[in-house]
Design a protein around this ligand. Structure first.
Ligand SMILES: [Zn+2]
Length: 687
C-alpha cells in the first residue's frame, strides 16, 4: 500500500526508470556501457572531469521525445523494456492455455487487455459510473469516512485520510498502523503558491477540468470544481512537512493514542473508517504529516456535502485513469508538457501497459523476466563484489579514529547485520488468488488494488514478514535501480540493473568495481548517512550515536552541503546542499569503498593490473564512475528535481564524490589551483 512512510532510498535519478518506448533506443553511435570513445580528451581531467569522461557522449546525445532525460541508466532501462516487451507478448500468446493464476496467464491477459485500445475507447467513462453513482447517493457527511475507506481499498491508496499497516518504526517485533493524508497532484509543493509558478497552476486547472469532462461532467461544473481542488491542495501544500525534516524519525513519526488521533481530525469518523476496512481500531497509531491531516479534517468540516462528493469522485478518478480509455492520457500529457516542454511525448502504449503491470503485478512479471534473462553466474559474481565492498567498509570502520569506541562498535554491528540481496527475492509475492480476466483491464486493475490493500491490512497482528524486492517503484527486479531500506537495514540490487554500464561480465576490474561496486558501496553507506544513521541494525529508529560523534559527523557532512551549494545547476539556479546531502554522502562512500576494494583486488591479482586503451586501472575507475552518472536532462525536469529530489544531477555526481578520494588526484595529477581541486580541509573524512 502506498504510504508516506515508504522511505527506501533509491540510487538513480528519478527519470532513469521513467517513460521509454519498447523499441531499442538510439544510442547515437556510442555503446551503453563503459567506453573510451565517449571521452573528450581535448578537455583536461584537471579542469572539467565530467566532460573529460563523457564529453563526446554529451555532444551526441539527444533527449528522446518521450523522456525527461537521457543517461546510461535510461538506455539500460530501454533495453530492459525490449526484453519485457518480448516476454509479455509471449505470455499473451500462451495465456489462454496457461493455468489460471499463473504468472503467464496473469501477465499475458492483463497485457492484452491493456493493449486493446479500441475496446477501452468504446467503454469511455463507463467503468467509473458504479463508484460515481455510489458517491452521488451519499446523503449525509456521516457516510463519507466509510466511502473514503472503500475508495482506499479500490485504489490501494490513501484518499483524504487513511493509513496502512507497516513494520514498526521503533519496535520491529510488530506491525503498526501508520495514518497519513493523501498525495497531491503536483510533486513540487512550492508550485501551489509561489508567484512565479502561476503557469503550473494554470496547467493544473486545465488538467482537472479536462479530466472531469472526459469522465462525463459538464464543462462549467468541471471548471468550478478545478478552482476548488486547487484551493484545497494549496492549503495542504502549505502545511506539508519540509523535506529535510522527513529524514529524522522523531520529527517524521508521531506516536499517538487513538483518542488523540480523533482529536487531531475531529471531522473524520475513524471508527467508521476502521469498520469498513475490516480492522479493529488500534489503541495507538503512528502519524505522519499531522498538520496536513488536521487540515484535511478542517476541509471535511468546512466544505459542503456536494463539494466533498465531487472531491471524492475526483480523487478516485485521478487514481484510476490508467485503466480507462487512452483519451484520458491527453490531460496528463498537457500537464507534463508544462513542465518538460512542448516536445515531450507520451511513451508508447506498450510501455504504458508494461509500467502499469510493473506497478500492480510486478512480481509475476519479474519472475518471468528473471527465469529468462538473469544468469546464476551474474548473481554469484555480484555477490562476490558485495563481499569485497562490504569488507572494505568494515576494515575502514574498524580502523576509524574519529568515532568513540561505543559508536564504532554499534556501527560495526549494524554493518555486519546489513542484508544484501542480489537479483530477485527468495520468496515471491503470491498473486495466484487474484482473478485476472481477459478483456477486463479496468476491473482487473481494481481487483489487484483490492488484493494488495487487503494483503497489507491482513498483516495486522501477525509476525513481521521479510519483504524483498517488494517496492514496485524502487526495487522490483525489473527496475534499473537499487535501494537501501533503513527500516529493514536491507539492500536490494534488482536483476535488470546488472548490465552495462553498471555491470559487465566481460569488463575489466576497474570498470566493474567503480560501477556496480560503487553502487553497492553507495547503498551500504545509506545505512550511515544523515537519514539512515537514525536507525539501528534491524531498522529500529534508535539513536546509537554518542553525542560528540554526532557533532563530528554533522561537521563533516556540512562540507558536502557547502560543496554542493556552491554548484550552479543552471544560470541562477544553485543546487540544494541540504536536500542532496544523504545521496552525495552515499556517493562519497560508494566511490571510496569501490576504489579501495579495487586497489586490494589488484594487489592480489597483479596480472589484471594493466593499462587498457592507455589508461591505468585507477584512471579507468574514475572514468567509469563519471560515465555511469552522465546524463542530459530537460531543463524543466532539472528544475523540478533540483527542488525536490535528493539526487543531484548526473553532471555533478560524475566528479563531486571523487573529489573526496585522494586516489582521484593521484590518478590524473590534479593539483592545487586546478578547477577539479578540492582543498584537503574541504574534503569529508567520514568513512
Ligand atoms: Zn542513494
Amino acid at each position: 500500500m502506498k504510504c508516506h512512510n515508504t522511505i527506501v532510498v533509491a540510487l538513480a535519478t528519478a527519470f532513469a526508470a521513467a517513460a521509454v518506448s519498447a523499441q531499442e533506443a538510439p544510442t547515437f553511435g556510442y555503446p551503453v556501457g563503459f567506453s573510451v570513445s565517449k571521452m573528450d580528451t581535448s578537455v583536461s581531467p584537471r579542469k572539467d572531469f565530467t566532460r573529460y569522461a563523457a564529453g563526446k557522449w554529451y555532444d551526441a546525445m539527444e533527449i528522446p521525445a518521450d523522456q525527461k532525460g537521457v543517461s546510461g541508466l535510461s538506455l539500460m532501462s530501454k533495453r530492459t523494456d525490449v526484453l519485457l516487451g518480448q516476454l509479455v507478448e509471449e505470455a499473451t500468446r500462451k495465456a489462454a492455455s496457461a493455468p489460471k493464476g499463473s504468472p503467464t496467464q496473469q501477465v499475458g491477459d492483463l497485457y492484452a487487455a491493456g493493449m486493446d485500445e479500441a475496446r477501452l475507447k468504446a467503454l469511455g467513462n463507463a467503468p467509473l459510473q458504479p463508484v460515481f453513482q455510489r458517491i452521488r447517493a451519499i446523503s449525509d457527511k456521516q457516510q463519507l469516512p466509510s466511502e473514503i475507506a472503500r475508495l482506499q481499498l479500490a485504489t490501494n491508496d490513501t484518499i483524504m485520510l487513511g493509513g496502512a499497516v507497516t513494520p514498526g518504526i521503533r519496535d520491529k517485533s510488530k506491525y503498526i498502523f501508520v495514518v497519513s493524508d493523501s498525495s497531491l497532484l503536483l510533486s513540487n509543493f512550492e508550485d501551489y503558491y509561489k508567484p512565479e509558478a502561476a503557469r503550473y497552476r494554470e496547467a493544473y486547472l486545465k488538467n482537472v477540468t479536462d479530466t472531469l469532462v472526459l469522465a462525463g461532467f459538464n464543462i462549467s461544473e468541471s471548471r468550478a470544481f478545478a478552482d476548488k481542488a486547487l484551493a484545497i491542495e494549496t492549503r495542504i501544500a502549505k502545511v506539508r512537512q519540509p523535506l529535510l525534516d522527513q529524514n529524522e524519525p522523531d520529527k517524521r513519526y508521531l506516536l499517538m493514542r487513538y483518542e488523540e488521533l480523533k482529536a487531531l481530525t475531529p471531522a473524520f469518523d475513524w471508527d467508521a473508517y476502521f469498520a469498513t476496512i475490516g480492522l479493529t481500531p488500534p489503541t495507538e497509531v503512528t502519524a505522519v504529516e499531522t498538520k496536513a491531516m488536521a487540515e484535511r479534517s478542517a476541509i471535511l468540516s468546512e466544505l459542503s456535502l456536494d463539494d466533498l462528493k465531487m472531491l471524492l469522485m475526483w480523487e478516485y478518478l485521478r487514481r484510476v485513469t490508467g485503466g480507462l480509455s487512452p483519451d484520458f492520457n491527453e490531460p496528463k500529457l498537457a500537464l507534463s508538457r508544462t513542465y518538460f516542454g512542448d516536445s515531450f511525448a507520451l511513451p508508447t502504449r506498450s510501455k504504458q501497459v508494461l509500467d502499469t503491470i510493473a506497478g500492480t503485478i510486478g512480481h509475476p512479471m519479474a519472475r518471468l523476466f528473471v527465469e529468462k534473462n538473469f544468469s546464476a553466474e551474474s548473481k554469484r559474481a555480484v555477490e562476490d563484489m558485495v563481499g569485497r565492498v562490504h569488507a572494505e567498509f568494515r576494515s575502514r570502520l574498524a580502523k576509524n579514529t574519529w568515532l568513540t569506541k561505543a559508536t564504532r562498535q554499534q556501527a560495526l554491528y549494524k554493518l555486519d547485520k546489513v542484508k544484501i540481496s542480489v537479483g530477485y527475492p527468495e520468496k515471491w509475492i503470491d498473486y495466484s488468488a487474484v482473478d485476472i480476466r481477459p478483456g477486463e483491464y479496468f476491473g482487473d486493475l481494481e481487483r489487484i488494488s483490492e488484493f494488495l490493500a487487503q494483503r497489507n491490512l491482513a498483516r495486522w497482528g501477525g509476525p513481521v514478514a521479510e519483504d524483498e524486492f517488494a517496492n514496485p517503484s524502487e526495487t522490483l527486479p525489473t527496475l534499473i535501480n537499487a535501494g537501501y531500506d533503513p527500516l529493514r537495514n536491507a539492500i536490494e540490487i534488482p536483476a535488470a540493473f546488472l548490465q552495462p554500464p553498471i555491470y559487465d561480465p566481460k569488463g575489466d576490474p576497474a570498470t566493474n568495481f567503480c560501477a556496480i561496486g560503487a553502487v553497492i558501496g553507495h547503498e551500504i553507506t545509506h545505512g550511515f548517512d544523515s537519514g539512515g544513521r537514525h536507525y539501528d541494525e534491524i531498522g529500529r529508529a534508535r539513536n546509537w550515536w554518542v553525542k560528540t560523534d554526532e557533532v563530528k559527523f554533522n561537521m563533516e557532512t556540512q562540507k558536502l552541503v557547502r560543496q554542493s551549494s556552491n554548484y550552479q545547476v543552471l544560470p541562477g539556479l544553485q543546487a540544494n546542499g541540504e536536500l542532496t546531502v544523504t545521496e552525495n554522502l552515499a556517493d562519497v562512500g560508494g566511490i571510496a569503498f569501490a576504489y579501495g576494494a579495487l586497489t586490494k583486488y589488484l594487489k592480489a591479482h597483479p596480472e589484471e593490473d594493466t593499462s587498457i586503451d592507455g589508461l591505468s586501472q585507477a584512471q579507468r575507475c574514475f572514468i567509469a564512475w563519471g560515465q555511469v552518472w552522465s546524463d542530459k536532462i530537460r531543463e524543466g525536469f532539472l528544475r523540478q528535481i533540483t527542488a525536490t529530489n535528493p539526487h543531484a544531477a548526473g553532471q555533478y555526481r560524475a566528479y563531486a564524490a571523487a573529489q573526496h578520494e585522494p586516489g582521484f588526484y593521484a590518478a590524473f595529477g590534479i593539483r592545487p589551483g586546478d578547477p577539479m581541486w578540492l582543498a584537503p580541509k574541504d574534503r569529508a573524512r567520514i568513512w
